[in-house]
Design a protein. Structure first.
Length: 123
C-alpha cells in the first residue's frame, strides 16, 4: 500500500491540542484563538464557554467562512439560541463540538482547502 503524505497550503496549522494549550505551527498558545487557513486571531475572547456572546463572532461577518467550527472547551456544549440565531441570520452555519474534535476537524478541512474557521475555546 502506498501512503501519501498530506500536503496543505494553509499558513496556520494546528499541530497539537490539550486542555489549556494549543500548538499552531511552532508556537504554543494558552488562550482561545480563531484560526483560519491564512489568518490567526490571538487572543480571542472568551476564555470559557460561559463567557461566549454574539460579539465574539463579529470578526467573521465581513469574510464569512463556509464552515464555522466552535470548540467549546473540554466537553461539548450547546451555544445559546440567541447566538445560533444571529450566526444563521448572518449566513454562517456553525458546528459545535469539544475543542479537541474541533481542532482535528479544522485540520482535515484546511487540508482539503475548504473555507473553514475554527473558534477554539482553550479552557
Amino acid at each position: 500500500m502506498h501512503i501519501q503524505q498530506d500536503e496543505t497550503t494553509a499558513t496556520y496549522q494546528i499541530k497539537r491540542y490539550e486542555p489549556g494549550k494549543i500548538w499552531i505551527n511552532e508556537a504554543c498558545y494558552e488562550q482561545s484563538v480563531i484560526i483560519r487557513p491564512h489568518q490567526l486571531i490571538v487572543p480571542w475572547e472568551p476564555n470559557q464557554f460561559a463567557d461566549l456572546t454574539t460579539r465574539h463572532f463579529e470578526s467573521l461577518y465581513d469574510n464569512k467562512p463556509d464552515i464555522l467550527l466552535l470548540g467549546t472547551g473540554e466537553i461539548s456544549a450547546i451555544p445559546s439560541d440567541d447566538l445560533l440565531q444571529e450566526l444563521w441570520q448572518k449566513g454562517i452555519g456553525i458546528e459545535f463540538m469539544d475543542s479537541r474534535r474541533a481542532c482535528f476537524t479544522y485540520t482535515v478541512l484546511a487540508a482539503e482547502e475548504r473555507n473553514v474557521a475554527a473558534c477554539i475555546i482553550i479552557q
